[in-house]
Design a protein around this ligand. Structure first.
Ligand code: KG4
Ligand code: ZN
Length: 339
C-alpha cells in the first residue's frame, strides 16, 4: 500500500511516498529558512506564498524519486492541522485537487499524530547508532513531542488512542530556543545555532531557573526566556557559548525530569521522543542516559524525521486508511486542532 504524504503546516513544504506505513521510498523537504531568517521568525504570509510555489515541484520530485506514478498510489494523506492556517490551506487544497484528479481517497492527519508515528518509519542501518533501538515500539508507550509549536507528553495505547498527560502552559520548547536565539542575535531557527554554541560552552557557568511545576506534568518555558533576557540586561561581559549551554541544559533538565515522572506515574517503560527539538544531540544523549538509568526502551527518530517531514504524515495516514478513515472534499484545515 503506497501513501503519498503532504505536510505544509509551517515553513517546510514536504512530500513523501511511504510503503506499508514504514518504508520510505522518498521524503522531500523544501525549507524556507532563507526567506524568514532576516525577520527573526516565520512570517505567515510569506510562508504560504512559498508553499504555493513549491508544492507541485516537491510532490513531483517525491513521485519521481520513489519511481512511481499516480496510478500506483492507494491514497493521499495530508496534514490538516494544527499549524499556520494559510500554510495548511495550500497543502489541503492541493491534496484535495490531486485526489479528485487521480480518483483516490483523501486522508486527514493531525500533525502531532504524525510526529508520534515518525518512530514507526524504518531506518537505514547506517542511521542507527549503537544506542538506538531497532524496529518500532509496542503499545502502550509514552511520547514526548517537543517542537516549535508544541511540548506535550502523551500516553499512546494504540492507533487513535492518545491521552495527553501534560502540555506547555506558555512557550513550546522549540519556541523558547527560537526566542532566546533572537534575544542573543543568533537568528532563526534558534535550535541548531544554540546547540552549536552550547557545544563550545559549559552548562554550569550561567545558571538559569527550571520550572518543574511539581504538581503535574505540564511545562513552562517563558520564565526561562525572561531569565535569559534579564541576564543579558544586567551583565556587561557575556559569553555566548556559556549562556547557550546554560539555557539548553535548563530546557533538557525539565524535559527529562518530566518524562521520568510520567514513566513512574504511568508505569510504562517505553518512551518515544519526537519533534524538531528531538534533533538536539544533547537531549538525545540525555534520553539515552535516562534509558540506561531506569531500564527504559527509548526510540528517537533520525534527525531528519524529527523536524517536519511528510513521511510521518504518510505513516500515520496509512493507519487511518487501513481503518477506513478517509475524508471527503469538504475537509478544511484547522490552525488549532487538538489530538
Ligand atoms: O517539529 P518542527 O520541525 O516544527 C514544528 O512542528 O514546530 O520543530 C521546529 C523547532 C524549532 O523551534 C527549532 O528551533 C527546533 O525545532 N529545533 C531544535 C533543533 N533543531 C530544530 N531545537 C533544539 N536543537 C536542535 N538541534
Ligand atoms: Zn512539527
Amino acid at each position: 500500500m503506497l501513501i503519498l504524504g503532504i505536510d505544509t503546516s509551517c515553513d517546510d513544504t514536504s512530500a513523501s511516498v511511504v510503503r506499508g506505513g514504514k518504508e520510505i521510498l522518498s521524503d522531500i523537504v523544501s525549507g524556507q529558512e532563507r526567506i524568514h531568517k532576516k525577520y527573526g521568525g516565520i512570517v505567515p504570509e510569506l510562508a504560504s506564498r512559498r508553499h504555493i510555489e513549491m508544492i507541485w515541484p516537491v510532490v513531483n520530485e517525491a513521485l519521481v524519486e520513489a519511481s512511481i506514478t499516480s496510478t500506483d498510489l492507494s491514497a493521499i494523506a495530508v496534514c490538516h492541522g494544527p499549524g499556520l492556517i494559510g500554510s495548511l490551506l495550500v497543502g489541503c487544497s492541493f491534496a484535495k485537487a490531486l485526489c479528485y484528479a487521480y480518483r483516490i481517497p483523501l486522508v486527514a492527519v493531525n500533525h502531532l499524530e504524525g510526529h508520534i508515528f515518525s518512530c514507526f518509519l524504518e531506518r537505514r542501518v547506517d542511521e542507527l547508532s549503537p544506542l538506538e533501538r531497532r524496529g518500532s515500539p509496542e503499545f502502550p508507550f509514552l511520547s514526548l513531542i517537543v517542537s516549535g509549536g508544541h511540548t506535550s507528553l502523551y500516553r499512546v495505547d494504540g492507533f487513535g488512542k492518545y491521552r495527553e498527560l501534560g502540555r506547555t502552559r506558555d512557550d513550546a520548547a522549540g519556541e523558547a530556543f527560537d526566542k532566546v536565539s533572537k534575544l542573543l542575535g543568533l537568528g532563526y531557527p534558534g535550535g541548531p545555532v544554540i546547540e552549536r554554541y552550547a557545544h563550545e560552552g559549559a552548562p554550569g557557568v550561567v545558571e538559569f531557573p527550571r520550572a518543574y511545576l511539581p504538581e503535574n506534568l505540564d511545562f513552562s518555558f517563558s520564565g526561562l526566556k525572561t531569565a535569559v533576557s534579564n541576564y543579558l540586561r544586567k551583565e556587561e561581559h557575556i559569553s555566548l557559548p556559556d549562556i547557550c549551554a546554560g539555557f539548553q541544559q535548563a530546557v533538557i533538565d525539565v524535559l527529562v525530569k518530566k518524562t521520568e515522572w510520567a514513566v513512574r506515574g504511568e508505569r510504562i517503560k517505553r518512551v518515544v521522543l519526537a519533534g524538531g527539538v528531538a534533533a538536539n544531540s544533547a537531549l538525545r544523549g540525555r534520553f539515552h542516559l535516562l534509558a540506561a538509568k531506569r531500564s527504559l526502551e527509548v526510540w528517537i527518530p533520525p534527525k531528519s524525521l524529527c523536524t517536519d517531514n511528510a513521511a510521518m504524515i504518510a505513516a500515520a495516514g496509512y493507519h487511518h486508511f487501513r481503518h477506513g478513515e478517509t475524508s471527503d472534499m469538504e475537509l478544511n484545515p484547522m490552525a488549532y486542532l487538538p489530538l
